[in-house]
Write a protein of this length. Sequence first.
Length: 170
Amino acid sequence: MHKFIFYLFLFIISCHQAVANPPSKLDTQIQDIKKQVLEINRDLFILEEELLYPSNTQFSVFLSIDSGNLFELDSVQIRIDDKIVANHLYTKREIQALRRGGVQRIFIGNISSGSHELVAYFVGQGPNKRDYRRGTTKTFDKSTDPLFMELKIIDNHIKEQPEFKVKVWE
């Protein structure tokens, strides 16, 4: 549907450009049609989001890095109820953005109400440049409201190891 609106928009623009000296009434009509096409496109995007991810089943997982000096992230895998729902390999630019305070939405999907288990696996280099694979688990109850969780990588300087926390956003 988005493609149709995009092509309609291109057609309107090409018609507008094809007319050598358009009267001002035609120009006004074309501008009104362009505005309507953009509004319809926005409404369709919102409708698509609501249909794909209804609020009563919506579940999102975000990833952030607090400091990242003790752990160099390579990849993350997320499982919900023993089903892999997300895998992500990180580039240097993504890691830099996360270290500067960025937050990545790594998963958005639908889950039913009730009890669930989230398992996240982190792969990278830990202290002393050794390969490191750690996991964290969180059991949670999904209600009819949207649920948002954050996977956070935190440096624990006392233990000199990274910690992996799961936080439910209120």
